[in-house]
Design a binder for this molecule. Structure first.
Ligand SMILES: Nc1ncnc2c1ncn2[C@@H]1O[C@H](COP(=O)(O)OP(=O)(O)OP(=O)(O)O)[C@@H](O)[C@H]1O
Length: 258
């Protein structure tokens, strides 16, 4: 059943008399529990689309429905967890105290109470941070901080996670490791995820669907179903089909360069 429905959405930014057409006639539908990656050239409107779904940016044309609610309605009901490029952690709080933040600000909406929530220590263990529960956030590396942000989002009670290039500031080795941890934590929670990335590898590894977008004004070039078995592990990257998907996405991206 369709959970997120994006119908004929267009977006124009108007600033100082200049109009930028960011998105043109976007139509997409996703079922609950789907991991979706948005991939496309810089400036094609991936972040804008994510922000529209999350109710942070309004639309000029079209309609977005999330389980029958408007983005703002869904936002009010705390349906979204955000994982931005750099995690918004309080540096002088411990990792565990940072894990509590969604429950301090989310007094309404999902209605999830502190005592009903998932064990934060277990969540931190699942991203390899079991030994850093009582460390201050400022004592962690960038990659460790991002892992706290991911564990926190998965434990927040929000059914939809919006991730905007969460690994972009990380080195290649850390990035690879975290992508497997994200794969594992998603597997055990199966939340609906919209994940913006520039990495073809990450898109194929993580996703059920990859939305390939063309350069501005952003349009959907192709939606590719990633029909690789789950649960997925590192050895999936040796799979011929895995590389086939990467080439296919690259092909659609290049088509638009011509
Ligand atoms: N607040 C804003 N005001 C004016 N123009 C904006 C605003 N936000 C985005 N834009 C423009 O809209 C277009 C799409 O931007 P957006 O950040 O959504 O793209 P993106 O695909 O996420 O880019 P990147 O991959 O580089 O992060 C760009 O041309 C950008 O300059």
């Amino acid at each position: 059943m369709t959970y997120i429905k994006i119908q004929q959405v267009s977006k124009f930014y108007k600033r100082r008399g200049q109009v930028t057409e960011a998105l043109r006639d976007i139509n997409l539908e996703f079922e609950q529990g789907t991991f979706v990656s948005l991939i496309g050239p810089s400036g094609c409107g991936k972040s804008t689309l994510l922000r529209i779904v999350g109710g942070l940016t309004d639309i000029d044309q079209g309609e977005v429905a999330i389980g029958g609610l408007s983005p703002l309605g869904a936002q009010k009901q705390k349906q979204f967890g955000f994982v931005p490029q750099s995690p918004a952690l309080f540096p002088w709080r411990t990792v565990l105290q940072n894990m509590n933040v969604p429950f301090e600000v989310n007094t309404k909406g999902t209605g999830m109470k502190l005592e009903q929530r998932e064990d934060p220590v277990e969540l931190l263990q699942s991203v390899g941070l079991g030994d850093f529960v009582h460390s201050y956030a400022k004592e962690l590396s960038g990659g460790m901080q991002q892992r706290v942000g991911i564990a926190r989002a998965f434990g927040s009670g929000a059914p939809i996670l919006l991730m905007d290039e969460p690994f972009s500031a990380l080195d290649e080795i850390t990035r690879e490791m975290i992508s497997y941890q994200l794969l594992d934590i998603w597997q055990s929670h199966q939340k609906t995820v919209l994940f913006v990335t520039h990495s073809l590898r990450e898109a194929v590894l993580l996703s059920d669907k990859v939305v390939v977008m063309s350069a501005r004004p952003g349009q959907v070039s192709k939606v590719i179903d990633i029909d690789l078995p789950r649960p997925r592990h590192a050895d999936i990257e040796d799979n011929e089909q895995f590389h086939h998907y990467i080439s296919e996405i690259r092909g659609y991206l290049r088509e638009k360069w011509k």
